[in-house]
Design a protein around this ligand. Structure first.
Ligand code: 3HC
Length: 335
């Protein structure tokens, strides 16, 4: 719906980029001066495409990300935990819708983006292709997955594209509640019985490495980083954010009495950072190519939900059309 108010079509941006280096220089100057780019401003076609790619992948991640947690709604151990989890999952749905709206300001419709997801042509975060086997996994998603998401998304509040940057402010506030509820679940388990502590340790062992993969490939293998950093879409590289996450999380794990499943983990006193062992990038690429433990299950569930919601979309469209027709008739009668 937001696409209707755009005065710029995607092709004109590309053509102008080829023809007009002055426009490109002006665009880069605006970015360097920290002035936001807004939907009706001229932008290079590649800037627009990068944003559509990243924002839509982000939106899909929020929507698919509801599934691993939804799996535990009926089995949350208390009413309080169930209410928190419900609220959190609803927040994720809201983030997805917010982000689809931000993508729409770039001239692509939400329907088009959703079709790409359902057809298996769009990416979403690798992390949501892992199963949630125990209640401790819900704690790990909050503490680690949302913790990693916040580390990546706080800098996006300063992204050069105005609608994305503004959307991220609300998203990050809610994510910080999510991270705390996850940490609280893990802390409770760690202060509980030996079986509960073992459940937390087992979950950490399954989530630790996939969480480090969330930040994307190493900088040398990150094809989009250079341009995204020049355009201030990204403010920190994948490796920098991953390192910040490890530095913040290792002391938390120690406080909880949990062991990070990395025999090579060490503190580099000269650099002042924790250094991890090697990440299994074969696993990462298998997951993002559709061959993770739950990829097929996640897409099948999403397609089913989309189909089951068809009548709601049709009813909403019919209702809106009826009201628009009534308003048009009233305006014609008054004229
Ligand atoms: N999962 C899936 N694909 C990934 C990935 C991941 N964790 N990390 C990188 N990739 C993909 C990229 O999308 C790109 O593929 P493409 O060319 O087909 O689009 C390829 O791997 C190369 O990676 P790059 O580093 O060059 O890509 P980017 O510059 O886009 O960086 C990113 C990747 C850091 C994830 C960046 O896109 C980003 O910051 N995105 C916004 C945040 C986001 O989407 N987070 C997802 C999690 S949301 C979430 O966790 C919800 C919360 O409620 C828990």
């Amino acid at each position: 719906m937001y696409t209707q108010s755009l005065i710029l079509d995607r092709k004109s941006g590309d053509a102008a980029e080829l023809e007009d280096p002055e426009r490109l220089a002006h665009f880069q100057r605006r970015i360097d001066e920290e002035r936001k780019i807004e939907p009706n401003d001229w932008m290079p076609g590649a800037y627009r495409q990068t944003l559509v790619r990243q924002i839509s992948q982000h939106a899909h991640s929020e929507i698919i990300g509801m599934q691993p947690e939804g799996n535990w709604l009926t089995r949350a151990p208390s009413l309080r935990r169930k209410l928190q989890l419900l609220a959190k999952i609803q927040d994720e749905a809201g983030h997805g819708l917010y982000l689809y709206s931000a993508a729409e300001t770039l001239g692509v419709s939400r329907e088009e983006l959703v079709d790409q997801l359902l057809a298996g042509r769009a990416k979403y975060s690798s992390i949501f292709n892992y199963p949630t086997l125990t209640w401790a996994d819900i704690g790990m998603i909050g503490w680690l997955v949302d913790g990693a998401a916040i580390m990546n998304q706080i800098p996006l509040c300063r992204c050069s594209y105005g609608p994305y940057a503004r959307a991220m402010i609300l998203v990050c506030k809610e994510e910080s509640f999510h991270q705390r509820q996850g940490f609280d679940i893990v802390r409770t388990l760690c202060a509980g019985t030996p079986a509960q502590r073992a459940m937390a340790q087992d979950a950490l062992e399954r989530w630790w490495w996939p969480c480090l993969m969330m930040f994307g490939p190493h900088d040398r293998d990150s094809e989009h980083s250079d341009l995204s950093m020049r355009w201030k879409i990204k403010r920190f590289s994948n490796d920098d954010l991953r390192r910040k996450f490890v530095d913040a999380t290792v002391p938390q794990a120690r406080f909880l009495g949990l062991d990070i499943p990395d025999p090579e983990l060490r503190f580099d006193a000269i650099e002042g950072h924790w250094v991890t062992g090697p990440i299994d990038w074969d696993e990462f690429f298998a997951v993002i190519q559709g061959n993770g433990p739950c990829n097929r299950e996640r897409l099948a569930a999403r397609r089913g939900a989309h189909e089951q919601g068809r009548w709601v979309r049709e009813a909403a469209s019919a209702y809106a059309a009826r009201h628009a027709a009534a308003a048009a008739a009233a305006a014609a009668a008054a004229a």
